[in-house]
Design a binder for this molecule. Structure first.
Ligand SMILES: Cc1cc2nc3c(=O)[nH]c(=O)nc-3n(C[C@H](O)[C@H](O)[C@H](O)COP(=O)(O)OP(=O)(O)OC[C@H]3O[C@@H](n4cnc5c(N)ncnc54)[C@H](O)[C@@H]3O)c2cc1C
Length: 423
């Protein structure tokens, strides 16, 4: 980096982590750096509200805003293009629109959603719907509208290797509520299928009273559940299990039914697959075997100290592995925490000041699990270190739903106006 020119900071990805990092860098550096965000998507989408799109309770316009004008207002450049590769040695981000040099880079490219994990999975080459992006959520809405005229069994859940269990829980409870509102609940058996070893595991070994509370919710709403599930394949209208144990909502706690080799019928199914690092990161050789960026306690790449990572793109070791395979959830709040530390440590690097560590095992979590007309607010001081938690709070009730509705609006306003230093 030349001493006479401004440092060039490039942020790959303009969502929860990338946008937070960009605004934080601008807040701290003002005009002392050239900051550029690159994203293949020209909109910020509040992904947590995609669970409501299939039921027509949100349109994509309600939960998104265009990135370019929001960033321009803060003096941040935006490149709407796809990153193909990062050349760490040359300090170049190669995109479809050309190469962009950087002095510092933050990789905040989120996940590649791996539908290939199970044959027949996903909306593009399979038979299940998805809510992992806006286009998929709209497709899930079209399938839902068709389903309402021909109702049948429903399967919702997360495949082996998944990490996003929270969204699967939210979706199954919202779907159950939507069926009740449509007067169709009695006609539709619902089964939750997951690789978790117990309900409320979430890929983090559970949280406080999450297990009995989630079981109570399932029994109360008469949703059956299959645990330790490994899905072999999905065919039109059938999920075939390699293994799994089925529990009936109306049954007593006892021996579950062995589902090895069994098929579960469905008229509507949404299963969340595992996440990998995105192709551009995998191709660049910067990630681990799954394409996630390994970082140190400063969110810095161990080999390239001018490359930082934040959000889902970052590798986090599972605190509580599951027999059937599960990964670690990285929520929006956690992505923001990582992004702020990455941004502040870039500022410290530029100014020759000491960097501030934040081991992932010390990251807290604030989360809302929505269930249609109620929900659970979840708080913990150490999401990835179950054995060292001092706080594990779960607050169920109708306010959970209303807090999520309020938070969606507040968060969209905060990100639209760049006020990332607000809580
Ligand atoms: C259905 C669903 C519901 C969820 N609900 C919640 C919730 O209730 N609460 C919560 O806290 N979290 C929730 N999450 C998780 C939350 O959405 C993620 O934690 C958050 O989106 C991670 O932010 P990120 O910036 O790391 O990645 P992302 O939000 O995935 O953003 C990555 C960005 O990088 C861009 N990008 C990727 N590759 C390239 C490329 N090659 N070139 C250019 N741009 C690229 C993408 O376009 C994207 O904008 C949910 C997730 C899902 C899927």
């Amino acid at each position: 980096m030349s001493k006479t020119t401004l440092p060039r900071i490039v942020i790959a990805g303009g969502s929860f982590a990338g946008l937070t990092a960009a605004y934080e860098l601008k807040r701290l550096l003002g005009d002392q750096a050239k900051i550029t965000v690159i994203d293949r998507n020209d909109q910020f989408v509040f992904i947590p509200s995609l669970i409501w799109v299939p039921f027509g309770w949100r349109n994509l316009e309600d939960i998104s805003f265009p990135l370019a004008p929001a960033l321009a207002r803060r003096g941040i450049e935006f490149e709407h293009t796809t990153i193909e590769e990062i050349d760490a040695k040359q300090q170049l981000v190669r995109t479809r629109a050309g190469s962009l040099p950087y002095d510092y880079l933050i990789i905040a490219t989120g996940p590649h959603v791996d539908y290939d994990v199970v044959p027949g999975l996903g909306p593009e080459h399979g038979y299940t719907v998805s809510i992992c992006n806006g286009a998929h959520a709209l497709h899930a809405r079209a399938a839902w509208e068709k389903f309402l005229s021909e109702p049948g069994p429903v399967i919702i859940g997360a495949t082996q290797g998944s990490s996003c269990y929270g969204a699967a829980y939210e979706f199954v409870f919202n779907l159950e509520y939507a069926l009740r509102k449509a007067g169709l609940r009695r006609l539709v058996p619902i089964t939750y299928v997951s690789s978790e070893p117990f309900l409320g595991h979430f890929g983090i070994g559970g949280l406080g009273a999450g297990r009995p509370m989630t079981e109570w919710f399932f029994r109360h709403t008469k949703i059956d559940w299959v645990l330790d599930a490994v899905i072999e394949r999905v065919e039109r209208g059938r999920v075939i299990l390699k293994q799994g144990k089925r529990y009936r909502a109306t049954g007593r706690n006892g021996d579950p039914e062995d589902m090895r080799g069994q098929a579960l019928p469905f008229a509507y199914a949404m299963l969340i697959p595992p996440f990998l690092g995105v192709e551009a990161v995998r191709r660049s050789g910067l990630g681990n075997a799954r394409g996630f960026l390994v970082v140190d306690d400063y969110f810095r790449h161990p080999q390239y100290p001018n490359i930082f990572g934040a959000g889902v793109a970052v590798a986090v070791a599972p605190p509580s592995p599951c027999e059937a395979g599960c990964s670690v959830p990285k929520t929006g709040y956690i992505s923001e925490v990582m992004a702020k530390y990455a941004a502040r440590n870039i500022v410290a690097s530029i100014r020759g000041q000491p960097l501030t560590p934040k081991p992932v095992t010390e990251i807290d979590a604030k989360c809302i699990m929505d269930a249609g007309n109620q929900g659970i607010i979840m708080l913990t001081d150490r999401i990835y270190k179950p054995g060292q938690r001092k706080i594990e709070m779960l607050i169920p009730g109708p306010w959970g739903h209303w807090v999520k509705v309020w938070f969606e609006k507040y968060f969209l306003w905060k990100m639209h106006t760049g006020r990332v230093s607000w809580p």
